[in-house]
Every structure is written in C-alpha cells, then in structure tokens.
Ligand binder design. Structure first.
Ligand SMILES: Nc1nc2c(ncn2[C@@H]2O[C@H](COP(=O)(O)OP(=O)(O)OP(=O)(O)O)[C@@H](O)[C@H]2O)c(=O)[nH]1
Ligand SMILES: [Zn+2]
Length: 204
C-alpha cells in the first residue's frame, strides 16, 4: 500500500490533515458504492486511481504559490504606461458547494506602477486559484489581491465569465447561464471611463 505523506491543508485546521492516497482511494470506492454501483467490478476497479490522479491535477493549486509566480518583475518598459490586458484566459475550476466544474474565461488587466510582470504569470495566477475549491467571487478576489499585493500597480481589473455545471447538470438545470463577476481596484475603480475601456478591450 503506497501512503503519501500527509501535508497540511491550506486553511489551517488542526482537525484536518491531508489524507493518505489509500484513504482517498477508499473514499472514491465509497462514493461509487453510494451511487449504487459495485466498485469491484472490472470496469470500475481502476476508477478510484484515475479519480485520485484527476483530483491531483484539478486541485494542484493548493501546492502552488501565486506570489512566487509574480516575484520576477521587470522595470524597463520604456515608458509604457497604459493598461496591460489579457483576454480569454481559460478557467477550469470547481465550486466549493458541489465540487462540480465551472468553466469559462478570465480577463485580467493592470496598470503597471514600478513593476511589470511577464504576461504568462498572470495566466498562471488565474490557474493557481482556479485549481482550488472556492466560489467565483472568491476566485475573482484572489486573483485581484495577488496582483495588487505583489505588483503594487496603479489599478487592477478582473472579470470572470463562467458556466457552473452545478446549475446546468443538476439542481435548477438551466443551460447556458453564464455568471459574470468583476472587481476593479485603484484607477479602474476611481475612473469609470477606464473600467469601460477595459470592458471594451476585453470584448466579453
Ligand atoms: N454566489 C455563488 N454561488 C454559487 C457558486 N457556485 C455555485 N453556487 C450556488 O451555491 C448555492 C448553494 O445553495 P444550497 O441551497 O446550499 O445548495 P443546493 O440545495 O444544492 O442548491 P441548488 O443548486 O439550488 O440545488 C446554489 O445556489 C448554487 O447555484 C458561485 O461561484 N458563487
Ligand atoms: Zn456548485
């Protein structure tokens, strides 16, 4: 039996330790039986392993540090002082209420202060927070706060547009409803024309 060393969970709670891989496999077997099937039948025998590996991928944001991604900055941008905007960043996340996927796009802009960051790092920040359990509002806030605190820009704008499978495949069963969350800080918050330009450039 392979046992993964227990790591602390992100939100510190003395009563909660990250379980061993074997415990996670057992939990998936339990859910399969709860669904009404036999986890020992040939078609399902390797499923717990696949699900646990998939969880490792879907939730690898817990082991990543957005601050580290934003720590390598550049100062020589030859006087460029307008917003930098990334459109259509893929969001693949899971809601904390149902563990159901929510899929969509993020749009991230910032007005550089002294520091400019490599553009791929902004997409990495989105990915790190998306690969944790949260709701869309928290995802939006987490992205903003990471950029704010590590780059000290003149302002940040984030928009997330996503479809929640907990609304489409269960519960209310409303297809094609997208949820949009936005947050603006600094100059984007103070100047509605700037926020407007962000929305126009994002072409959401
Ligand atoms: N604000 C917000 N709500 C979310 C998000 N993801 C899922 N939800 C909602 O979370 C709510 C959970 O409501 P509950 O009444 O506790 O759970 P439920 O009985 O499964 O609700 P239904 O989905 O309506 O069947 C639902 O209304 C979901 O649509 C999110 O990112 N943000
Ligand atoms: Zn949900």
């Amino acid at each position: 039996m392979s046992v993964t060393p227990a790591k602390p969970v992100l939100v510190s709670d003395a009563a909660v330790q990250r379980p061993s891989r074997e415990q996670a496999l057992e939990a998936v077997r339990t859910l399969i039986a709860w669904a009404g099937d036999n986890p020992n039948r040939p078609g399902l025998i390797d499923t717990p392993k696949r699900v646990v590996d998939a969880y490792g991928e879907w939730f690898d944001g817990y082991d990543a540090d957005a601050g580290k991604e934003l720590s390598r900055t550049f100062e020589d941008v030859t006087g460029y002082d307008d917003m930098v905007i990334l459109r259509d960043i893929e969001v693949e996340s899971h809601c904390e209420h149902h563990l159901a996927p929510f899929l969509g796009k993020a749009y991230v802009a910032y007005l550089p202060g002294e520091k400019v960051v490599g553009i791929s790092k902004l997409a990495r920040v989105v990915e790190i927070y998306a690969r944790r359990l949260q709701n869309q509002e928290t995802l939006t806030n987490d992205i903003i706060e990471a950029i704010e605190s590590h780059l000290q820009p003149r302002g940040v704008a984030v928009l997330v547009d996503a479809e929640h499978q907990c609304m489409t495949t269960r519960g209310v069963h409303h297809r094609h409803v997208s949820t949009i969350t936005t947050r603006f800080t600094g100059a984007f918050k103070d100047d509605p024309a700037l926020a407007d330009r962000f929305l126009k450039l994002a072409k959401v």
